[in-house]
Design a protein around this ligand. Structure first.
Ligand code: C5P
Length: 229
């Protein structure tokens, strides 16, 4: 394949307090990482780089092998860094072969539908980045301390999900720019846009939410129970 997906799973998960790094907390019998990888391996064949927390590479390897089935030769585990950006960089450094499109995916978005992963992979055109997004339903305000300073028109806003897709060369150059500038971005689309590139949006999914808190974990459990046969 000419497409790779970097699944970042090296976060500590302090807000979830699950007793293990977040990616290894169980949703049901399967971990957050395993569910994320089940979605990834159900998509079109692509190289899969799992970025694991230091000391948890073996556990990540087990989840990878279990999810990969016959595609085990497409997967690899590497060790992540102190920030998400460093973890993605470690993933980029581990790509092998003839890859021209790179997707970056949060393991924490464990229930992201395979259709979204395929749609992102199919939408990268060699120039622009691609970002799955959802409309914003909350009423948002701009604040300063405890004062509301402006209303925000939510029609102008959308919420970003992953996987985010990019042409490989331009993404690697943008990561190099960010490293030299010493700037930390909250997602890859922001880092890519800061390097002067266009980013397009496609439709995300309600199931692509990020598991951050215990309530998010309960929501994921409920969704799995509700969709069980
Ligand atoms: O902390 P948060 O949930 O926003 O992290 C988003 C994703 O980035 C998670 O899947 C997490 O495992 C990953 N991450 C990482 N390395 C870090 C921090 C976060 O791979 N140092």
């Amino acid at each position: 394949p000419h497409t790779a997906i970097i699944v970042v799973a090296a976060g500590s998960g302090t807000r979830l307090a699950g007793g293990a790094p977040k990616a290894f907390v169980g949703i049901d019998a399967r971990s957050i990482l395993r569910h994320a990888l089940d979605g990834v391996f159900a998509a079109q064949p692509m190289q899969v780089i799992v970025v694991a927390p230091a000391g948890f590479e073996g556990q990540a390897e087990s989840d990878l092998l279990a999810a990969a089935g016959e595609r085990a030769d497409l997967g690899r585990v590497v060790t992540g860094g102190a920030t998400r950006q460093e973890s993605v960089s470690a993933g980029l450094a581990a790509l092998w072969g003839d890859i021209d499109t790179v997707l970056v995916h949060d393991a924490a978005r464990a229930l992201t539908p395979t259709a979204v992963i395929d749609a992102v992979a199919d939408s990268v055109d060699g120039v622009a980045g691609v970002l799955p997004m959802l409309p914003v339903v909350d009423t948002l305000k701009k604040v300063d301390g405890d004062m509301i300073v402006a209303a925000i028109d939510r029609a102008e806003l959308a919420a970003a999900q992953t996987p985010q897709g990019f042409p490989r060369g331009a993404l690697e150059a943008a990561y190099e720019d960010a490293r030299e500038a010493g700037v930390e971005y909250t997602d890859d689309a922001a880092l890519f846009a800061a390097a002067g590139h266009a980013v397009r949006r496609i439709a995300g999914s309600e199931r692509g939410f990020k598991i951050t808190t215990q309530a998010d974990l309960e929501r994921a459990r409920h969704l799995l129970t509700a969709s069980a046969p």
